[in-house]
Design a binder for this molecule. Structure first.
Ligand code: FSX
Ligand code: SF4
Length: 319
């Protein structure tokens, strides 16, 4: 699937209506694209507390489109801490210029720590005439970019950005929060909040990220569940499509054949299409080659808001 600039322009009006996106940013973007000044949807990707696994996962995209197609034809990636070539003031300047210039989609990867008066997790330093200045924290960067009038919507990619994830695991010393929790912590009223779509998973599957972006660009706001996740990908329990379901045999120790329910499997309370979609697809339009339970590992519940604490212990033996 290749979403062209024309497709995007055609879809933009519908997108604005369906999403109640911030009009100013979207109109600016439409104008820039119509004038040929922009070739793709500007994306600013900020990373807080995470292992970068979600970025790595996205680089494996192939089902809907390959990463080169995504980055060259569809998105205009203005800032990404791992993928962009620029560094230092050039990189930070690119993010700030993009924010001021036109409408953009903000991707948040990783949790946002608000402990210690927001002093954890420095994402860059203020740039003053080429000199490095005060550190800018993830909390400050989030406020500057998510609450800016040009921000069209926020995609919370991965469980850390969606709900806090592993950085928020007990005892959560940095008070790591997901995007919506951070907006609540900051006291931002609903009317002033950007549209937020959660795309959890530790890591998030590339199809969940690219499929959501493609739906948005086609003018379709994905239907979200009560946890802010697109129902298309997170509408059913892992257990529902698991080939071990109803087979009778129950594994007693890791390595046994059969259902892993007695070894800590969280498939019955975890929403994701992993059994069908699977991971590491090799062809466009194709599905992946394996998934956690397929590799004989109990589902760890990584797409749920209470992961990891509520899904622990990951491995257990029950009689
Ligand atoms: Fe979190 Fe993504 Fe887990 Fe890692 O960055 S969802 S720790 S796989 O990579 O944010
Ligand atoms: Fe359900 Fe897990 Fe058993 Fe599969 S292995 S049937 S997901 S409990």
């Amino acid at each position: 699937m290749n979403v062209t600039r024309r497709d995007f322009l055609k879809a933009s009006a519908a997108l604005a209506g369906a999403l109640t996106l911030k009009g100013a940013g979207l109109l600016q973007l439409q104008k820039a694209m119509a004038a040929g000044e922009a070739t793709g949807v500007p994306v600013i990707w900020l990373q807080g507390q995470s292992c970068t696994g979600c970025s790595v996962s996205l680089l494996n995209t192939i089902h809907y489109m390959t990463i080169d197609n995504l980055l060259v034809n569809t998105l205009d990636l203005k800032f990404h801490p791992s993928v962009m070539a620029a560094a230092d003031d050039l990189a930070v300047g690119a993010a700030e210029d993009a924010r001021e210039a036109e409408g953009y989609v903000l991707v948040i990867e990783g949790a946002i720590p608000v402990g210690a008066q927001g002093h954890y997790c420095h994402v860059w330093e203020e740039q003053t005439e080429g000199e490095n200045g005060e550190p800018v924290t993830m909390e400050t960067a989030f406020k500057d970019f998510a609450l800016h009038e040009n921000c069209i919507c926020v995609l919370a990619v991965g469980t850390c950005a969606s709900y806090g994830g592993i950085p928020a695991g007990n005892p959560n010393p940095t008070i790591a929060l997901g995007v919506n929790e951070t907006l609540s912590y900051l006291g931002i009223p609903g009317k002033d909040r950007p549209t937020v779509v959660n795309i959890p998973g530790c890591p998030s599957h590339p199809d969940w990220i690219v499929g959501t972006v493609a739906a948005l660009l086609a003018g379709n706001m994905p239907e979200l569940d009560g946890e802010g996740r697109p129902i298309e990908f997170f509408g059913e329990h892992v257990h529902y499509h698991c080939p071990n379901r109803g087979q009778g045999a129950k594994a007693k120790v890791l390595g046994d054949p059969g259902c892993l329910a007695g070894l800590g499997c969280n498939g019955q309370q975890t929403h994701a299409d992993c059994p069908i979609r699977q991971w590491n697809a090799a062809t466009a339009g194709g599905y992946g080659v394996n998934w956690c339970v397929g590799a004989r590992n109990p589902c760890q519940g990584c797409t749920e808001p209470d992961f990891p604490d509520g899904m622990s212990p990951f491995y257990s033996v029950k009689d």
